[in-house]
Design a protein around this ligand. Structure first.
Ligand SMILES: Cc1ncc(COP(=O)(O)O)c(C=O)c1O
Length: 382
């Protein structure tokens, strides 16, 4: 019998709920992906580049034209001048970027602090590097960092802290004052920051995304991860990138070149073309997704779910205490899918130790208007 390196890892809840949605014909508001396509010009560009012979390996670090576009965006939006040659690496998805950043710095016996509820790929990546995650719960109801607990948890073995803003699954945002506090806590320590900013453009109500890229001190120890899949409505392209200071980038690339070597060539060409021609795309995203959030929330206001509008991401949490308080959230998500035709994600799966009595499910509102209207109608009928 093989002795598993990840004995407790099974099929993820995202796969399970998407499968259940497909089997039962439910509207799938569980897994985080749009039910609409990315821009026509972007998709057409892929075909053009495939037909014009851009089909062999791209450089290991990513297509230079795309890295230049990324560096330009970072300068425009976050005021940081990064060297596209030594600080930007294109990866096959943010997931791979996260994995490589963790492998680059975490050694056996190291600790990595993550904030629960957290995205599911961090912990296995840390364990495969021989480290262990310290899971600190975010304080409810706002999913805020418990600073005292964080201060108490940082020790000589802490090698990395993982931030995720805008935050999946809660939609909460970190502010610049939080980054300053974090900088004060880690000053003088030999530890790194992984900043998962895949929802960087999905920030609502006029708020600004507090990117680590804006923060001079924190950036010097950070890997900042982004995802074209989220930004251009093409999650299936699995293309993302990491921005990190040159010495960190050099270490990350040592891993990346043996995990995948490079990303898919024609996709990188298409993204570079599109970013050059349409810099406005990222400026328009907040309003685009805010309209979807508002449509969904306005309609859901007629239901028995309780919620506070998400400040960012394309996820809306909803409390079902007034509907089926006796059900745990996994059972509730299954019940919603089977009996009411709307698939959702339970929040407890994002925790090592879920808080007692958590009665929250997550809906993804990256959906067409008719999908959101139909889903809300079904949810209001419960
Ligand atoms: C917080 C977070 N990080 C990373 C990812 C992975 O992004 P990608 O599809 O580019 O690998 C996701 C996708 O759901 C996510 O929600």
């Amino acid at each position: 019998m093989i002795s598993s390196k990840l004995p407790d890892v099974g099929t993820t809840i995202f796969t399970t709920m998407s499968q259940l949605a497909a089997e039962t014909g439910a509207l799938n508001l569980s897994q985080g992906f749009p039910d609409f396509d990315g821009p026509d010009a972007l998709r057409e560009a892929v075909g053009r580049h495939v037909m014009s012979g851009h089909n062999q390996y791209a450089p290991m670090t990513g297509l230079p034209q795309l890295r230049e576009q990324i560096a330009g965006k970072v300068a425009r939006l976050y005021g940081r001048r990064v060297d596209a040659a030594t600080e930007v690496t294109v990866t096959p998805g943010a997931t791979q970027a996260i994995f490589c950043a963790i492998q680059a710095v975490v050694r056996p016996g190291d600790e990595v602090i993550v904030f629960d509820p957290c995205y599911d790929s961090y912990d296995p990546a840390v364990r495969l590097a021989g480290g262990a995650c310290i899971h600190l719960p975010l304080a409810l109801p706002d999913f805020a960092i418990d600073w005292q607990r964080l201060a108490d948890s940082i020790g000589p073995r802490t090698r990395m802290i993982v931030l995720n803003t805008p935050h999946n699954p809660s939609g909460a945002l970190i502010g610049t004052e939080d980054l300053d506090r974090l900088a004060a806590l880690v000053r003088g320590r030999d530890l790194y920051l992984l900043s998962d900013e895949v929802y960087e453009h999905l920030v609502f109500d006029g708020r600004e995304h507090a990117s680590v890229l804006r923060h001079e001190e924190l950036y010097q120890r950070a890997f900042v991860v982004s995802s074209f899949g989220k930004t251009y409505h093409v999650t299936g392209w699995k293309t993302g990138y990491v921005v990190a200071p040159a010495p960190l980038t050099a270490e990350l690339r040592k891993i990346h070149q043996y995990v995948s070597f490079t990303g898919v060539t024609p996709l990188q060409w298409a993204l570079a073309d599109y970013m050059l021609a349409h810099p406005e795309h990222v400026q328009e995203l907040p309003a685009f997704y805010q309209a979807k959030r508002d449509l969904f929330c306005d309609l859901l206001a007629g239901s028995r779910f309780a919620f506070t509008r998400a400040a960012g991401t394309y996820f809306q949490l909803a409390d079902y205490s007034a509907i089926r308080p006796e059900l745990d959230d996994v059972t509730m998500a299954e019940w919603l899918t089977r009996e009411h035709g709307v698939a959702a994600i339970p929040i407890s799966v994002f925790y090592q130790q879920p808080p007692e009595g958590l009665r929250l499910v997550r809906f993804c509102f990256a959906k067409r208007e008719e999908t959101l209207r139909e889903a809300a109608q079904r949810l209001c009928a419960i």
